[in-house]
Design a protein around this ligand. Structure first.
Ligand SMILES: [Zn+2]
Length: 233
């Protein structure tokens, strides 16, 4: 049951250390089966090198266990479920503590859109959430983390910005499948590194001109995209 879903989630989790996004056991990836309302997610606290596809834990979109697995799901599972419920086009979610993106999150700074590498992935800055309030932290913390992300996207399109920084915490990214969610997380880290370097060279760097930003974003995304070899399957 759900073998293909578990394998896709496992493969997305394997990409995170391959992309250099993981220290210790921080981070997790999940994939949802929209038709059946089931999420496959990394088990809590298991080293990436030891993960097997069958170790992926299944939960429904209320966060309840599906089946009789012996492993507990990632402690961040409520955040993933919250995002799946709020963002219908998202099929996979990735969370890491990759260093440069986490530095921006800890500084409570959005990653500014400074050049075309950024605009190829994100239509504008990578936003940062509001800090969680004490009542949210003391309450259902991981669910409230999801709520903070959803609130930040009230007037933003998650398909135009496939990731966010949670204030004082780190990046969450998403995509239409596991591989592309992991790619979004990797892109966020690269863009954070480039922004840090740019701001070190020139602390008063301004966001790139919107004409150039829009040109680059639309080359790769939406109905007028023309980059590459046509739509990916
Ligand atoms: Zn975390």
């Amino acid at each position: 049951m759900f073998e293909a879903l578990k394998r896709e989630a496992w493969a997305a989790n394997q990409l995170l250390p391959q992309y250099g996004l993981i220290s210790l056991t921080f981070g997790n990836a999940s994939v949802v089966d929209r038709d059946r309302g089931v999420v496959a997610i990394k088990p809590s606290g298991v080293a990436y090198a030891d993960l097997q596809p069958e170790d992926m834990v299944l939960v429904d979109l209320d966060g309840r266990a599906v089946g009789h697995g012996s492993l507990r799901p990632s402690s961040d599972t409520p955040t993933h479920v919250c995002l799946y419920r709020a963002f219908p086009l998202v099929r996979a979610v990735v969370h890491t503590h990759s260093r440069a993106a986490t530095a921006f999150a800890q500084a409570e700074m959005a990653i500014p859109c400074l050049g075309t590498t950024h605009a190829d992935y994100f239509r504008g800055e990578i936003p940062v959430t509001e800090p969680l309030l004490p009542a949210q932290i003391d309450g259902d913390y991981e669910w409230e983390t999801g709520n903070a992300i959803v609130a930040r996207f009230a007037s933003l399109d998650p398909s135009e910005r496939p990731g966010v920084l949670v204030a004082r915490h780190g990046p969450f990214a998403w995509g239409p499948d596991g591989a592309r969610a992991a790619e979004s997380a990797f892109a966020m880290e690269l863009l954070a590194e480039m922004a840090l370097a740019t701001l070190r060279l020139r602390p008063d760097s301004s966001p790139m001109p919107s004409t150039l930003m829009e040109r680059h974003f639309s080359r790769k995304h939406g109905g007028t995209a023309y980059y590459g070899q046509g739509p990916r399957a």
